[in-house]
Design a protein around this ligand. Structure first.
Ligand SMILES: Nc1ncnc2c1ncn2[C@@H]1O[C@H](COP(=O)(O)OP(=O)(O)OP(=O)(O)O)[C@@H](O)[C@H]1O
Ligand SMILES: [Mg+2]
Length: 317
């Protein structure tokens, strides 16, 4: 711009050319900015395209859609291997156990040892890479996940709630349930009290994924769903660790009401006192079952469970 000013002052450059020369750098900067924005949008578009193609390439659900009805509901794992990433490190290694029909089987073990993964395979959120899983003696590998899930109630660490009223969020477990049945399930799940205290009671919206409710309240709603569904199998991922004492007691009470129903229960427990009366306790460590048996036998054995039990006793003193 300065270089062009000299001939313009001297009268050898006309005003229009001088102005054009002055605007040139601005034009260049705008052009560079435009190219940068276009390139960024193109890159984002390519990322989205890759993700869409991945969804399209996903294997279609091919399982048998016939109703999956069994006389008994024991769950058996035979040498099950599983890894979340193909060819990656195994999260479950040769897992073998039977959760007896209408018995309470507890799974305990360190964080990250593979407890929730075992339940994810029973409910067919994922497929085992090796070994066999069966319910009532029938392998579930070729049964549609939808059909298997009809037999299962799952009380999970992460409860999914729709942006809808509390009543309809619970009815989701059994669409034909009456209002009275929903309220009875909520009483058993220890949530009737806090629901009635809300301004609109059962018609209160839960907010986007239940963000208007506390963790303990969300868990109790999920227990109410399980009570209402009344399916023969119950998978429970007990997660009372992050709750305050009042909520923890309310959730534990709700769980013990839930366990009164006669079902095949597999329950992951983070506190051992809750599993003391289980028919069978599986102790998982680094993707393997390292011990199993009833509480008294495991204490006598003096292994990992006994160490965990002693540690918990010391904490509660
Ligand atoms: N969706 C996933 N994708 C990849 N890896 C996963 C996934 N879910 C869990 N894992 C990994 O698998 C291993 C077992 O996880 P899992 O959730 O089964 O442990 P857990 O015993 O339930 O732990 P916690 O007591 O903390 O709930 C962990 O190393 C975890 O990081
Ligand atoms: Mg878990």
């Amino acid at each position: 711009m300065w270089t062009a000013s000299v001939p313009w002052f001297a009268g050898t450059l006309d005003t229009v050319s001088y102005l054009l020369i002055c605007m040139f750098p601005i034009f260049l900067a705008k052009l560079a900015n435009g190219i940068f924005i276009d390139l960024t949008s193109y890159k984002n578009l390519m990322i989205s395209k890759k993700q869409i193609l991945r969804v399209i390439d996903e294997k279609e659900e091919t399982g048998n859609m016939e109703p999956f009805i069994n006389k008994t509901h024991e769950i058996t794992f035979k040498d099950v291997d599983f890894s979340y990433v193909q060819g990656g490190e195994s999260v479950l290694k040769k897992i073998a156990f039977t959760a007896g029909n209408q018995k309470l089987t507890a799974i305990v073990g360190d964080s990250g040892s593979g407890k929730s993964t075992i339940l994810n395979l029973v409910s067919k959120y994922y497929e085992a890479q090796d070994g066999m899983i069966s319910i009532g003696g029938k392998p579930i590998e070729n049964i549609a996940a939808e059909r298997v899930l009809e037999q299962i109630s799952m009380v999970d660490q992460d409860v999914f709630l729709f942006n809808d009223t509390i009543r309809d969020n619970i009815r989701y477990a059994r669409p034909d349930a009456t209002d009275e049945e929903i309220e009875a399930a909520c009483k058993e799940a220890n949530c009737d009290g806090f629901i009635r205290k809300m301004e609109k009671g059962y018609d209160t919206p839960t907010g986007e994924n239940g963000n208007l409710l506390s963790g303990g309240e969300r868990q109790r709603l999920s227990i109410a769903r399980a009570i209402l569904k009344n399916s023969p199998i119950l998978l429970l991922d007990e997660a009372t660790a992050n709750l305050d004492i009042e909520n923890e007691l309310a959730v534990k009470q709700a769980i013990s009401n839930l366990l009164k129903q006669k079902k095949t229960v597999v329950m992951i427990a983070h506190t051992l006192s809750i599993v003391k009366n289980a028919d069978e306790i599986l102790v998982v460590s680094s993707g393997k079952i390292v011990e199993h048996g009833a509480h008294d036998d495991l204490i006598k054995k003096g292994g990992k469970y006994a160490t965990m039990w002693k540690a918990e006793e010391q904490l509660s003193v």
